[in-house]
Design a protein around this ligand. Structure first.
Ligand code: T4K
Length: 419
């Protein structure tokens, strides 16, 4: 590499900071020996699914950790959302944020329930309780808030507004296992809550999810619906589908749970390193966690204020990507800009101004046990470097885009000549 290229950002021809991509969401793996021992036991028993002992143990552990009476494990978080909202009789319209993974909206739409997208609080990431009232109609059957990034929504106010209209609330807590709200574990609020144990979650069961609730009647219904409605052998008492977790998934889930404290400690270490490294960078704000609450610290979320940083979120993403930092723009462009919702509500953005503003600014950075503090420090140094020369980086990116555009045009012209 020439002297000139040395010390340059990779996007402008320098050597990437990392030899291999660092991702958001690389699975945390617990003790392999413990996992293999569980799988060995499972194979010896020849019980692979249909609520074997590992699934029962996993459900008991989750209920115990969260402090609820019932946990029904599921094949994934999306199916868990579908089943619990159906069991509660959600229909017609349900109020939910657009600032979420698309599974939240899809779980409703899959049942022909219309998600009514509610804006987030000004400057925040979570459903704005003050905006819920304006969206309630005679067709509203429930509210589905999301405890995004593991940070709880304003649960008390949402439950109070819902109570005024007698609307059941289910929390999408896919990100919030192991977190608390006012000292009480997430999982024990509303009618029920849903967790995801997908490979990218800090506790994973390969795939997996759960419905947790204190309501015995609801738990019974959810359990029936998750297993074709079977009450006993050949006895079906309810419409149902197959939403079961398998034994091998529960083996992974149980093994993950055994390392939960280590995963959280590691994530917190990374979070604190990000906090220190990003402190004071103009236009870059790290989403902070309340260190007085239980928290899994599984997402590192930053917001870029383009006017101050001189680079847009998309610019930073491009630069980081060339350095092999695979940051993500979760959950851009927002559910309301994805199909089928975009076609159903072409003007939804007008009512979601805070959401749209946020989605333009948010970037999620790599963390988890696959990422070390040393790597975090290199990432924050990179961000500092980019912002320090923000204007220059931006104009070079523009020039580069222009050159690439010209090369592409020339290519098209040459092809046309050839034909
Ligand atoms: N509600 C909310 C609020 C959610 O965020 C989610 C899921 C759900 C509901 C539904 O829960 P599930 O039905 O999924 O249980 C990922 C996950 O697939 C998804 O579970 C998660 N939210 C969402 C936030 O993130 P993608 O499209 O980013 O996944 P993917 O495949 O790009 O993985 C991210 C990175 O992780 C990859 O770049 C590499 C790494 N990775 C991933 C997998 C699967 C690995 O290193 N190994 C792996 O096995 O959606």
């Amino acid at each position: 590499m020439s002297e000139e290229k040395k010390g340059q950002l990779a996007i402008f021809g320098g050597k990437p900071t990392f030899p291999k991509p660092l991702h958001v969401g690389v699975p945390n793996l617990g003790d392999r020996d413990r996992l293999f021992a569980r799988i060995e036991g499972m194979l010896n028993r020849k019980v692979l699914t249909n609520r074997g002992p590992l699934v029962v143990e996993f459900e008991e552990r989750i209920a115990d950790l969260v402090g609820v009476k019932h946990c029904i494990s599921m094949s994934n978080g999306t199916v868990a959302l579908e089943i619990v909202t159906r069991a509660l009789g959600f229909e017609h319209e349900v109020i939910t944020p657009s600032m979420t993974f698309v599974a939240t909206a899809h779980a409703l739409q899959w049942q022909r329930i219309t998600p009514i997208f509610c804006d987030v609080t000004p400057g925040g990431h979570h459903l704005d309780p003050a905006r819920i009232r304006a969206l309630v109609t005679p067709r509203t059957s429930g509210i589905l808030p999301v405890n995004l990034w593991g940070r709880p929504v304003n649960i008390d106010t949402i439950l109070s507004v819902a109570g005024q209209y007698d609307l059941p609330v289910v929390f999408d807590s896919a990100h919030a296992f192991g977190c608390s709200y006012k000292g009480k574990m997430i999982g024990g609020f509303g009618k029920a809550e849903v967790f995801s144990f997908h490979a990218t979650k800090f506790i994973n069961a390969f795939e997996g999810g759960a419905v947790v609730t204190d309501d015995a009647e609801l738990a019974e219904k959810v359990r029936l619906m998750q297993n074709f409605g079977f009450e006993g052998r050949g006895q079906v008492s309810h419409v149902g589908i197959n939403g079961k977790m398998t034994e091998v998934e529960a083996a992974m889930g149980l093994t993950s749970l055994e390392s939960m404290d280590y995963f959280i400690r590691h994530n917190k270490g990374n979070y604190l390193a990000y906090k220190e490294g990003l402190q004071g960078i103009p236009g870059v704000e790290l989403m902070e966690y309340d260190e007085d609450e239980y928290c899994n610290y599984q997402y590192i979320v930053i917001e870029i204020d383009e006017r101050i940083a001189s680079v847009a979120c998309s610019n930073l993403l491009e630069v980081l990507s060339a350095e092999n930092v695979d940051a993500r723009r979760y959950f851009n462009p927002g559910c309301h800009r994805m199909e089928p919702y975009r076609s159903y509500f072409p003007n939804a953005g007008m009512l979601l101004e805070n959401t749209e503003r946020l989605l333009d600014r948010v970037l999620t950075l790599p963390t988890g046990t696959a990422i070390s503090v040393d790597e975090v420090n290199k990432i924050t140094s990179l961000v500092t470097r980019v912002i320090e020369s923000g204007r220059a980086v931006r104009s070079r990116l523009r020039a580069r885009a222009g050159t690439l555009h010209n090369i592409a045009e020339e290519g098209v012209a040459k092809c046309a000549d050839f034909r």
